[in-house]
Write a protein that binds this ligand. Structure first.
Ligand code: COA
Ligand code: ZN
Length: 312
């Protein structure tokens, strides 16, 4: 079978948000800004640049205002802020975020652990946010966390996910994300869910957010792309994870994803050498190695000199 890989895969870079939120080492505001400024030059059209959540919940991102106000915005790049509630939306608007990413979990247990709210309270709060941003120059995306499995509840009912997607669409959001918070998705499940959600909204309004916790992240991307998904979150170096989900680990790695796309011929518009250079600065910034593989191995085309003295 010949597959059509000609349509662009849009990568939303989430290292400044999902990536840094779980890091134990404080990253200085100026270093966050420098990272985002570099990412802005690598060809991304969307960067999740931070979150406006309780600083007690996520101390690592408590400087969201300074970050959003300090970055050099590149034309054509949408700078997204993750928010849990109306207070977060007000902070993000004041900081000139281009898009608000509202988040709740389909799993009641994970929503209580992560947001300290029941799902109904999260949804009611999102209603207030929609009313509050009327007429403001900002778009809304809404994420369904634990959409493919929950570390507390296990299997997630796919109809429950659809009910939340429908509730989001009824609120009038422009985009929806299905998030695999702790890497429990498998490619067949992904195909099924993407096909279902694409009956409700166009491909350019759906984002898939995979973590590589069980090594299936890029398999899931390809499975989703092949049934029509076109937008994916990933993090430089494979950073990331939710501090309120036991066993959470990194997002799919951006440079590994872009490398996959280059190898199979899917356009991304992203400058892979620039990303690799940037990714290789992360261990010094964060004080540990990162899970990303291509930054360590090099691209297929980064060849080595043959050993001297070979006899043919
Ligand atoms: N930004 C800054 N401060 C906030 C805030 C926000 N978006 N929302 C609430 N707060 C503050 C309140 O003002 C209050 O401050 P005070 O103690 O100085 O009076 C305090 O946080 C408690 O407010 P409350 O509404 O009772 O929140 P809570 O303690 O029940 O926590 C959330 C609810 C949603 C704010 C919190 O669980 C949260 O931020 N979760 C996000 C976690 C996250 O980012 N996970 C990873 C991404 S999915
Ligand atoms: Zn995540």
């Amino acid at each position: 079978m010949i597959r059509d890989y000609s349509s662009t895969l849009i990568v939303q870079e989430v290292a400044p948000r999902d990536g840094l939120q779980i890091e134990p080492t404080w990253v200085e505001t100026r270093d966050k800004i420098a990272l985002i400024n570099q990412l802005s030059l690598a060809g991304f059209t969307r960067i999740e640049a931070g979150s406006f959540v309780s600083p007690k919940a996520i101390p690592a991102l408590r400087d969201g205002e300074q970050v959003f106000q300090g970055i050099q915005r590149q034309p054509g790049v949408i700078y997204v802020a993750l928010i849990p509630n109306l207070k977060g939306a007000q902070r993000a608007l004041a900081a000139n975020a281009d898009e608000l990413n509202l988040v709740m979990s389909v799993s009641q247990t994970h929503n209580l652990a992560n947001m300290r709210m029941r799902r109904e309270q999260s949804l009611a709060g999102f209603g207030e946010i929609v009313a509050a941003v009327q007429g403001q120059p900002v778009s809304l995306n809404a994420s369904v966390a634990t959409a493919f499995g929950c570390p507390f509840e296990g299997r997630i009912d796919e109809d429950d996910v659809m009910r939340i997607v429908d509730a989001y669409l009824a609120l009038g959001v422009q985009g929806v994300t299905l998030a695999d918070t702790t890497g429990m998705a498998n490619p067949r499940q992904v195909e099924r869910m993407v096909a279902r959600v694409l009956t409700r909204l166009p491909a350019d309004a759906l984002t898939l957010h995979f973590h590589n916790t069980r090594g299936l992240g890029l398999c899931n991307v390809l499975a989703a792309y092949e049934v029509g998904a076109r937008r994916f979150d990933s993090a430089l170096g494979g950073l990331g994870g939710c501090p309120f989900a036991p066993g959470a680990s990194g997002n799919i790695c951006t440079e590994d994803l872009v490398n996959l796309c280059e190898e199979v011929g899917i356009p991304t518009g992203i400058d892979l050498p620039h990303l690799l250079q940037l990714s290789r600065t992360l261990p010094a910034l964060l004080g540990h190695e990162l899970p990303g593989q291509v930054a360590k191995a090099g691209r297929n085309c980064d060849l080595h000199a043959a050993p001297v003295g070979l006899i043919d």
